[in-house]
Design a protein around this ligand. Structure first.
Ligand code: PLP
Length: 404
């Protein structure tokens, strides 16, 4: 690499939008802190022991034998088409009406979010997000040169009174009206909280009153361990302003890069137009075959049981190890627990100590578009074993106690 390449000889040719974000990573520098010896409670990755390697191997063989020429060609084949039907069927089971909605397969939920942004956002537009929220989505929003406005989350998910107040205040001041609200209503990343049913109705009322689109991210919706499911916003909406995104990353494997969006047909058609490149016909066919064999439905109960056990291990360990003044959420599903440390402890500054003691986590500040409270952090129980969780939380408890 020449010096010019390294230093950016063509930086002046970059778009304004890229210039603004090129040195800004949604993930910060935390990866460099993760060490081999520390238990990683930072990765929100699925448990690799739960990947369906054998069934995917069989699916690859069958698909290549039966439809090799088609799946390796441009276009689609019957297993790939079957996957669209599977997604539609599963969305119908959630009571999402298909008289005016349609499904579009994407290369993961993040690609679906990016596609929705392409459909709705011009530079300078305003988007509302939960605060804290999934940093991968924040990274996408920053790419679009929009103003990101945060609305707080409490134990019941997005604080709808704060949302109403934000919208009202903007209206009174004559500020630009938001075009999109991004919400993760089920087992939110990073807090693990679930948006209460009555709040979902209020969100939809506000969307109609203030004329914005709701971008509902259901990445963890299939992974409920306890309690009754709450209907998705897309099932409660009759105004045609909800786009729901989903993914197989958490229930099959992230490496297959397959997700979808469900949207009013007109929006879905716009999304198909701007989602350049199409989806990967090959993996789409593999997963189509995997689902046709009934493997996804068979796997879900075991996934829920396995992650529930890890969640329990983490909550028990927190109760046993954390000093007084520390509080945390108790998720009914998903991968994450959000921790509030005693006032004055800075989770960013504490990370290096924690890594030395044997645990890493993600500081809460990563999940805010602007400045967030310093004394919060996200723990993930999904990637590591039960014993590692216990070991990691013990190290965390010691680190926090020392700081006090
Ligand atoms: C809320 C949320 N949405 C989307 C994703 C990413 O999904 P995908 O791998 O399908 O892009 C994640 C993964 O971390 C997530 O937590």
């Amino acid at each position: 690499m020449t010096d010019n390449e390294a230093t950016g000889a063509v930086d002046h040719l970059l778009t304004d939008r890229v210039s603004a974000v090129i040195d800004r990573s949604a993930y910060g520098d935390w990866r460099s802190i993760a060490t081999e010896d520390a238990v990683s409670l930072s990765y929100g990755f699925p448990d690799p022991a739960l990947f369906p390697g054998e069934q995917l191997t069989d699916a690859v063989a069958t698909v290549l034998q039966e439809q090799g020429d088609e799946v390796l060609q441009y276009g689609t084949d019957s297993y790939a088409d079957h996957l669209e039907d599977v997604v539609e069927e599963r969305e119908r089971d959630r009571n999402i009406p298909f008289d005016h909605n349609d499904v579009l397969l994407t290369n993961g939920a993040t690609h679906a979010i990016d596609t929705v942004c392409r459909v709705f956002l011009d530079p300078g537009d305003v988007i509302l997000v939960e605060e804290p929220t999934f940093m991968g989505a924040l990274g996408v929003f920053w790419n679009f040169g929009v103003e990101v406005v945060g609305v707080p989350v409490d134990d019941e998910g997005l604080d709808v009174d704060a949302l109403a107040a934000t919208l009202e205040r903007r209206r009174e001041r004559g500020e630009q009206s938001p075009k999109l609200l991004y919400t993760i209503p089920d087992f939110q990343n990073p807090t693990g909280t679930t948006l209460a049913g009555s709040r979902r109705e209020r969100v939809l009322d506000l969307a109609t009153e203030h004329d914005f689109v709701v971008l509902e991210d259901g990445a963890y919706s299939d992974l409920r361990f306890d309690g009754e499911g709450v209907p998705p916003l897309a099932a409660m909406d009759d105004s045609g302003r909800v786009v729901r995104v989903g993914t197989f990353s958490k229930t099959i494997a992230p490496g297959i890069r397959l997700g979808w969006l469900t949207a009013p047909s007109r929006i879905r058609n716009a999304a198909r137009t701007v989602a350049a490149g199409g989806t990967n016909t090959f993996t789409r066919s593999i997963v189509g075959r995997y689902c046709a064999e009934g493997h996804l439905e068979d796997a879900l109960p075991e996934l829920r049981r396995a992650y529930a056990r890890k969640r329990d291990r983490m909550l028990d360990s927190l109760t046993a190890q954390m000093p007084e003044g520390t509080t945390w959420t108790e998720p009914d599903g998903g991968f994450f627990v959000w921790v509030d440390l005693p006032e004055g402890i800075d989770a960013d500054a504490m990370l290096e100590d924690a890594a030395t003691r044997g645990v890493t986590y993600l500081p809460g500040s990563l999940f805010y578009s602007g400045e967030g409270p310093g004394n919060t952090l996200r723990l993930s129980y999904s990637f590591v074993t039960g014993d590692e969780i216990a070991q990691g939380i013990e190290a965390l408890g010691t680190t926090v106690s020392e700081r006090l």
